[in-house]
Design a protein around this ligand. Sequence first.
Ligand SMILES: NC(=O)c1ccc[n+]([C@@H]2O[C@H](COP(=O)([O-])OP(=O)(O)OC[C@H]3O[C@@H](n4cnc5c(N)ncnc54)[C@H](O)[C@@H]3O)[C@@H](O)[C@H]2O)c1
Ligand SMILES: [Zn+2]
Length: 354
Amino acid sequence: MSVINARLSNVNYDIHVQKGILNKLGSHITSLYKGDSIVVITDSNVEQFYGSIMDTVLNASGYKTHKIIIPPGEQSKSLINLNYVYNKLAEAEINRGNLIISFGGGVVGDLTGFAAATYMRGIPFINVPTTLMSQLDSSLGGKTAINLKVGKNLAGCFYHPKAVFIDPSLLETLPERVYIDGLAEAVKYGAINDAELFKKMLNANSLEAIKSSIEDIIYRCCSIKNMFVQKDETDRGERHMLNFGHTIGHAIERYFDYQKYTHGEAVSLGMLQITKKSEELNLTGKGSYEELKKLLEICKLPIDIPQMDVQKLISIAALDKKSYENRIKLVLLRSIGSSYIHQIPKEDLKLFIE
Ligand SMILES: NC(=O)c1ccc[n+]([C@@H]2O[C@H](COP(=O)([O-])OP(=O)(O)OC[C@H]3O[C@@H](n4cnc5c(N)ncnc54)[C@H](O)[C@@H]3O)[C@@H](O)[C@H]2O)c1
Ligand SMILES: [Zn+2]
């Protein structure tokens, strides 16, 4: 088993990565939690595949379980569902001495984390992520949020789990497009910080071969994210590096009203576009764009930038959260495996988009 320790200013927690760890969850939790009941928050898809395994595992360790099941999908990260979760926690008479488990993808994780952080000013929680995106990204780092009508992830806070248990065997039931969505972030981690990981995926040379070494890939990605989070817990500097491909990626997602591309697909296009331009501007070593394109293609991620109204895309990208006053922070590759922050005035954004 591989364990990564997150050492933060006020908390310390372990991130466990191991196929089959779900079956041993009960015994791991007994060393973290001495109470007798646990709330499991999940979505209906995860419940259908793994709900009874989770119950069995927790009951076998003597815990009584309460389930809160939300509908699957991004629209569940809402104030309405947050309210629903608060009411269910109250009904189950949960208090700060109890434990909540988030059991699902990033949607369940973000909603559960925010509910856990705010209900009674904080109930301890554990993350058991079930999508690739959540296993290598959203389940660690402490960011929690819900969406508001005016925009995504606008109400949230930093609140860390007591532990994260990542079981890559849960990915076997993931729809192909959801799996591939998460791979875009793995490519990102390799590109910004780990040339060896990038090369390993490239040498695998097929989606199937990448999938067969996913446990190691997840471990490496979590190690990289954890390193950036430790350096910059509240996302004010170093952690921006994790935003590679996201300024243009987010803009593409929004341009198509979140209908045409998944997050990972849009990030794939964002990484390619920024690297194509930064290479042309001699800000990135030659050949990086081609390598990136090759790996994204192996992962079956999109590599063709769609027809868009450039002015409209630029104005959406200029709204990026990582922009301050009139400047915007772009993440560029020095070469594959190495990245840096490049600040530009907003009006120069067109150099990277046109
Ligand atoms: N907090 C963070 O740092 C952070 C980072 C990245 C993304 N996010 C958030 O994560 C969310 C996206 O998360 P996601 O990509 O995991 O999507 P998701 O949670 O919507 O899950 C995708 C789909 O897969 C299903 N599913 C989940 N696990 C499954 C399994 N093992 N087998 C079969 N089906 C399964 C879900 O029911 C859902 O239909 C977004 O809201 C995003 O904002 C947060
Ligand atoms: Zn992302």
